[in-house]
Write a protein that binds this ligand. Structure first.
Ligand code: ZN
Length: 486
């Protein structure tokens, strides 16, 4: 009995100590989130994207056996690029693909340098991505898309298609596909011409001279093809056969129409057209997409935990839109800290973000370290971006995140908006890996976290579904940063 009062007293003290430390910890967290100390700022600068130009190369396996994906990115403000290309077990194929992408990269860097020296430079961008199609014959068709803008009048878009049988190492050509007789090329040319002129969407925009030349019976004219289960598809870039209004085009010719000119092994199997396994698998098909059915979303009981997901450095049409779709699927609201320079390129994406009910955030115009900028420059970086966001969406942004989390008294004094940092840095820009994104979130997120991601990376867009599924299963509600602060 004599020990009871003492132990009660001790437990009472432990309670008080516990409450005091909770209060201290919460205040410290709030302080770190919204008012970082100089050392905090430094650690965030080194942990996040460095203010210096930065080039990264990473390699990852794909869902296609024997095919690896190489990703090269640079967040250099003057010459940003994102390049993805396939590599295989076949050295000759690897050399061709790598050579192709590196040539484009060199051209891009030289062009940008030329335009910046002649002061015509605005904003440069290079994007190379690819799709994979797999045929039952064992051939992969790699469709490599590139888009380059270096300050000239128009951007350049280009598609190159390369075929590979990874086991044999053979690179399929259009000559291999056709029966070995003199008429097959002539006949192919005639069939492609007929398919193009009878395409009602395309025919009004045909540039006749280019069309005649690009469909004439020369093997080189038909190298951009994809062999599909039931059709042979030819890809044409913008301006290749038609004016800009038609854009890039694909002409699809049913294999049944080509039966008389195809080599035997590529002919449609008689009577088996529908029983062959599917061979046209889009590259970015992932199983996580279907993990959480839509109707479960509203049924999940909330335990009261909240998390604010934030996406920086966009907007970017493809990846931002994919992220918007995923957020919608989970009825999740998020905050997008956008760059004015990109807002001016893709105003319609900003509008879509706003209309979906997400919070609009300002991330400066050029993504520069504002602690090294003059007062005038800080003000114009912030204000021009706010104006661009308002022009695009009809609403002003409500929060501000300085690039690199770099903030000081001067920066704060110039920002009419609350400064928002983060406590969970997913480092998605560094790992570019959907699995890593989920693992990082699993180990770091807690109630009230602000999670930093970047909506410009395909890996983030791909990995978000699994992240939301996980957080939702843990009872989290997704709020904007302003809702979190309420
Ligand atoms: Zn940023």
């Amino acid at each position: 009995m004599s020990t009871n009062p003492r132990s009660r007293k001790r437990s009472h003290w432990i309670d008080i100590m516990f409450i005091v430390s909770i209060i201290l910890l919460s205040s410290l967290t709030a302080f770190l989130l919204f008012v970082p100390s100089p050392s905090e700022k430094e650690s965030k600068v080194s942990a996040s994207h460095s203010p210096k130009a930065q080039e990264e190369v990473s390699e990852s396996d794909s869902v296609y056996p024997g095919i690896r994906i190489i990703t090269e990115t640079s967040n250099d403000i003057d010459t940003p690029f994102a390049i993805q290309y396939p590599q295989s077990d076949v050295p000759s194929f690897n050399k061709i693909v790598k050579g192709y992408t590196q040539n484009l990269k060199t051209l891009y860097l030289e062009d940008t340098k030329y335009f910046s020296e002649t002061k015509k430079h605005t904003k440069s961008e290079l994007n190379i991505s690819f799709e994979v199609f797999q045929h039952t014959s064992g051939y992969y068709s790699f469709v490599i898309h590139s888009r380059m803008y270096t300050g000239g009048a128009n951007g350049i878009s280009e598609t190159k298609i390369i075929h590979l049988h990874n086991q044999s190492g053979h690179m399929l050509t259009i000559e291999d596909l056709l029966a070995k007789n003199e008429q097959s090329l002539e006949k192919l040319s005639a069939k492609v011409r007929k398919a193009i002129t009878s395409d009602k969407q395309l025919s009004p925009y045909l540039l006749l001279e280019q069309f005649d030349e690009k469909t004439s019976p020369k093997w080189g004219n038909f190298s951009n093809f994809v062999l599909n289960k039931n059709s042979l598809d030819f890809y044409y870039d913008e301006y290749e056969i038609a004016s800009g209004a038609a854009g890039a085009t694909t002409i699809s010719i049913p294999l049944s129409d080509l039966d008389d000119i195809l080599a035997d092994e590529y002919k449609l199997p008689v009577g088996k057209g529908d029983s062959t396994p599917p061979n046209n698998v889009p590259e970015k098909q992932t199983s996580v997409e279907t993990e959480t059915p839509k109707d479960e979303v509203t049924k999940t009981p909330s335990s009261g935990k909240v998390v604010a997901l934030t996406f920086d450095d966009g907007p970017n049409p493809e990846t931002t839109r994919k992220i918007l779709e995923t957020l919608k699927k989970y009825n999740a609201k998020a905050t997008f800290f956008m760059l004015g320079s990109r807002v001016s390129f893709y105003p319609e994406v900003v509008k879509e973000i706003k209309e979906a009910g997400h919070e609009l955030g300002n991330h400066t115009w050029t993504h520069s370290d504002l602690t090294k900028a003059t007062v005038g420059k800080i003000a114009s970086e912030i204000n021009n971006t706010s104006n661009a966001i308002e022009k695009a969406s009809g609403s002003k942004p409500t929060v501000f995140r300085p690039p690199y989390g770099a903030v000081n008294k001067t920066v704060r004094s110039q920002s009419p908006l609350p400064v928002i940092l983060w406590d969970v840095d997913t480092l998605d820009w560094k790992y570019k890996d959907a699995k890593h994104l989920l693992e990082h979130v699993k180990t770091h997120v807690k109630d009230g976290s602000i999670v930093l991601m970047h909506d410009i990376h395909a890996s983030t867009a791909d990995g978000l579904d699994a992240v939301l599924a996980y957080l939702q299963s843990e009872g989290y509600t997704f709020v904007t940063v302003s809702e979190l602060k309420k």
